[in-house]
Write a new protein. Structure first.
Length: 338
């Protein structure tokens, strides 16, 4: 018999010579079915080309075997790596991971949260952009918990997994000062993002301790193109007013700066040093390898997913925790003055 488009459980049962309940058990509780019947059902499924209707199953159970993940910028390799870590854990729990991109847009962010709820995901991993904590609390009251990713929860109402961005900012600025900088600058934004605010604060504190001023070049987002724009602006400053080192809030900005400086014939690091944040793969592969503050990207995703599954599986006993990793400097050619 050839494949039957839209084959149903009853078709599989008829071909295998078993009840519909036996087919359901093979799909959901195979340990309860004898080897002979299981073999016949699987053969019938293969022969008919039967595809399980997950939508119908989710309507009966009230949820799907899936997690939603919402990140700020899916083009940023940092978030891709975090998502891969989360996906590893989801797969181990026989769940799928639905990845969505808020694109640093609060309206889009809320629309995706609505979609996740409509899709009946079992939980949400999110790097928040807008004011969504109340929305997340509402979703939890409806049985969909969430974990904040790359963002420290400021209270005990949520689990979160992040790095110490203040410490990372201080480490980056101290490294530039140790490399000889006397006119450092910070490039990043928007400051409504807690990560940006914390990285700047750490850098500003380190500059103040050293008795130097920290110039600020604020950006509306953290994309590569913004780095190029700020790089052109810095390149056109008079040498005496131009920073001699830049700490960029993420590697995408830093790589944009690097490209702009090269186009404007500024030497890196001789004329201006650069350090980024995240240590994405492109940082070490750029024409001038980029110094960066490294985060354990896969581990962040893995730990966040583990916390989410713990809340899904043990809602009554679950205790919210805030996991904070310590970032580390990876020094490369972009800050090594000879």
């Amino acid at each position: 018999m050839p494949n039957v488009p839209g084959a149903k459980l009853k078709d599989v049962a008829a071909l295998a010579g078993v009840s519909v309940g036996t087919v359901s058990n093979v799909l959901n509780r195979p340990e309860q079915v004898s080897p002979d019947k299981k073999s016949r059902v699987l053969a019938a499924i293969d022969q008919l080309g039967f595809v399980r209707n997950e939508s119908a199953r989710s309507l009966r159970s009230g949820s799907t075997r899936s997690l939603g993940m919402l990140v700020l910028d899916v083009r940023n390799p940092f978030f891709t790596d975090v998502a891969l870590g989360a996906e590893n854990v989801a797969e181990a729990h026989k769940h799928s991971l639905i990845l969505a991109n808020s694109a640093e847009d609060s309206g889009r962010e809320l629309a995706y949260l609505d979609l996740f709820e409509q899709q009946r995901v079992q939980g949400v991993l999110i790097t928040p952009f807008g004011q969504v904590l109340q929305r997340l609390e509402t979703m939890r009251s409806r049985g969909i918990p969430s974990v904040l990713v790359d963002r420290l929860a400021r209270n005990d109402q949520f689990c979160s997994v992040s790095v110490d961005d203040v410490a990372g900012g201080a480490t980056a600025l101290t490294h530039l000062l140790d490399a000889g900088s006397v006119r450092p600058a910070f490039v990043g934004g928007p400051f409504t993002l807690q990560q940006v605010e914390d990285r700047y604060q750490g850098a500003a504190d380190a500059a103040a301790r050293a008795g130097v001023s920290l110039q600020l070049f604020e950006t509306p987002d953290l994309k590569f193109e913004r780095g190029r724009q700020i790089g052109d602006l810095i390149s056109n400053l008079q040498p005496a007013k131009r920073p001699d080192a830049v700490f960029a809030a993420n590697d995408q900005l830093a790589l944009g700066l690097l490209q702009s400086f090269a186009a404007n014939e500024l030497r890196v690091p001789e004329d201006i040093a650069i350090v980024g944040f995240d240590d994405i793969d492109f940082a070490s592969q750029s024409s001038i390898p980029l110094s960066s503050i490294s985060q354990p990207r896969h581990l962040i995703g893995e730990r966040a997913a583990e916390l989410l599954f713990d809340e899904i599986d043990n809602a009554e006993e679950h205790v919210h925790s805030q996991v904070v990793f310590t970032p580390e400097l990876v020094a490369r050619q972009s800050t090594r003055r000879h």
